[in-house]
Design a binder for this molecule. Sequence first.
Ligand code: G4P
Length: 537
Amino acid sequence: MLDVSALPQAARSDRSGTPPRRTFAIISHPDAGKTTLTEKLLLFGGAIQMAGQVRARGDRRRTRSDWLDIERARGISVTSSVMTFEHDGIVFNLLDTPGHADFSEDTYRTLSAVDAAVMVIDAAKGIESQTRKLFEVCRLRDIPIITFINKIDREGHDPLALLDEISSGLALDLTLLTWPLGMGVDFRGILDVGGRKLLLPAKDLKDAFGRTEPVASIETISHPAIEERIAQPALESLALCLSDLPGFDAKAFREGHLSPVIFGSALKDFGVAELLDCLARWAPGALPRKTTGRVVEPDEKDVTGFVFKVQANMDPNHRDRVAFVRLCSGRFRRGMKLFNAREGKMMNIAAPIFFFAQQRETIDEAFPGDIIGIPNHGTLRVGDTLTEGEALRFVGIPNFAPEVLRRVVLEDAMRAKQLNRALGDLAEEGVVQIFRPRDGGWPVLGAVGALQFDVLTSRLAQEYGVAIRLESAPYETARWVMSDKPDAVARFCASNRSSIADDNASDLVFLARNAWALSRAIEEWPDLKFVDVKERH
Ligand code: G4P
């Protein structure tokens, strides 16, 4: 018997009457179905009239956020975009993360701006490498995660095996929201465990499946309506699953320990409405955010926010630079003046932008959890905090130690000055990291994924008229050197002259020739910390 008494009720109102927001990202490995699910969420959310408007078939990977030529050339989405839609009185802000295997720090920073994540897993593949990486970032920040096991209309792994793989592979507790009634050719629909509904394909559609409709409200899993449709083993698996898995616990979910699981098919519209409902009911609204000094609560009166991304040339006709700001508190109004704590200056926010599907619309006000775009000419940098005057700095917008390092070679030596300025700008934007060796050699560039270098080379040529070549660097890895013992730092630098560099924020970096050199340094210099994640300042 399915116990439905403990099911949570809708929790639509956030604290202090702030209009409810659900700011989330979808994390997945390429091809798991993120784009399809995004499209369907926008469709269910009413942001678009019909699927395919986000991207035409065959053109899908290009239509959504192809602001850079490089994306068009490769037919992939490199940058993150923001999509906002309203459904059932709730504003959903969906922050897109790049789905390509080669990804940048952008992806990680996008996750610093969300309050929840949807993890899409291909039922035939299980957990894949990029899902795992992104999941680890969410875990670091205790972001609540909803698991969407996609493509159940195709042959996939056994549902129980999938649940087991996710919970043991990611050390995550799971609870069941929907259960597949067969998979692949045997797929008949899904069971909405919480809503006690069978969701079956509407029969009157020409398409084999079409939109789903609840055909029956059921009280128990032994109801004949279900038994008719599920083969006995599947029914036993479900019973086992329900007895083994914990029930839904809103607190555990919000703390990031318990993930509700939806078996669905983005393509065939199964589980999408349940996902939207789950986000609306249980995902948190704007969460409090830590600063260096104090925690900022979303219901504070004064406006605060931070820049998690800067994107240049989003519109080639305007050559603009847009800073993406996550609002953390207060009620933002167009025309406000905000204080940039890093620069110690006020700035006028005359034309803030909301991102509504493909259109960029000018807005009058925004609330905690919302993302606004602020066009500017390079005054705003990733990691900047905006307030109404208080000197705050939000934390949690990290730099990651690069996994690939390259040395820059300038084709035309006369353009060294332009190169330096351009690299400084693009490093601020987070396109790559720049390390300037203290021994005076060419700058060394670092990236989390090699694709970032293509983006950099193309932008240097197009936006700054600087042609470069990239050579392999004599280093394999980089670490920031931290210590409260300046003497030890000075001695370390003196004895490792050719491996010492400064990053764009003038922080000390050790460029290690290989893993062995790094472990030797760690062993020999116990007073120093060699860190691979650095907070931006
Ligand atoms: P991504 O953004 O995560 O990279 O994945 P995307 O949505 O582009 O989906 C990758 C492929 O998987 C697409 O097929 C898409 O149609 C398919 N797909 C997504 N969700 C489902 C699902 O629930 N069931 C099934 N059966 N397929 C699904 P494609 O052949 O690469 O593209 P297309 O030719 O269909 O456009």
